[in-house]
Design a protein. Sequence first.
Length: 365
Amino acid sequence: MSTTITPTDANIVYSPGNWSVTSARAKTVNPGAYLRTLVADADETITAITLHLALTGTSNDTDPATLAVRIDGSDWQRLPVAATLTPTIPTYAAAWNRHLIEIVMDAHQSDKHGIWTCDDAVQITGIEVNTTGAITYPVQARPLRGLVFGDSIVAGVNTLGLGDGPGDSNILDWSYLIGPMLDAEVGVVAWGGQGYGKQGTYAVPVLPDSMTSLWSPTATDPGPTRDLTGYDFVLVAEGTNDGATDEATMLTNVAAVFDTLISQCDPTTVIAAVRPFNGSGIPTTVSNLQAGIAACSEPARVQWIDTTGWWDTSQAADGLHPYGYAHAAQLAPHLAAQVAGLLAAAAGPTEGTRWVMTSTGWVTV
């Protein structure tokens, strides 16, 4: 006998802004979408965990999406999507009756499948535990919430340096790595090939036309919308694909993106545009991007994160998508520091508290 944890279990923490969750399935199309939960049994040792997925479209073809799964803080296990997946419980945790499960949609092979139309969505239908009394315990959500819009560089394409597809891994990408660095739950919404004025791979619309939808709306199914409230920060890291976008379209679309964020995000949300990492190679795009921000309804609400000098094309197998080490050692720490500074500035000056020893004992000052 066993117990299956359903997707709507209250003790599952999902990344914000990139899941649609019902009692039947947790569904995503975005690399970097993740969940965490702690399964437990008070009476029995848990020795097996099985993930159940509903296969759609091309999910079970010769080049499926890949999940990264980690049990109890062990090494990541990268598992191609299948109807059932059985991640290995680490040896040191074999006798435990509680296990922390982390699941990330690590790679979606977006150059090969129609993810915008959900032909290749990842749908987790349940987490099966091989005991009859298994339940979940609360997992502490990180205190901050962030959202990142981006392209293939943000999705984790070719971070392994093996070419698009086999070389993709979002857990090595700055967009995933900044979450723990900032103590934030961060949702990643990234589409290969997309820009402010450039349609993404497999007909993903330009950013201003796609940013409020989880996937393609149709006449019969409007699809779930993306709620832009409740975030501490929103980063827009696009523009690398806009080299051929004309100036007028760029200005209009950039302004539209930030007008949407300004009107729909909370007044306290930090909104920032990230300069394309290879901006020295596309100076016109950077110039048009800055001009588009200046043309939005409240330019002062949009912060500019200058990435000049953070990375060069030698740190990529294809000269475009940074290796994982560059994300981990340079891009993620740089971006986390920039966002932390913007959050601190937005919060304003605060009075610090520290402990000191006095003749009467420890006191705060």
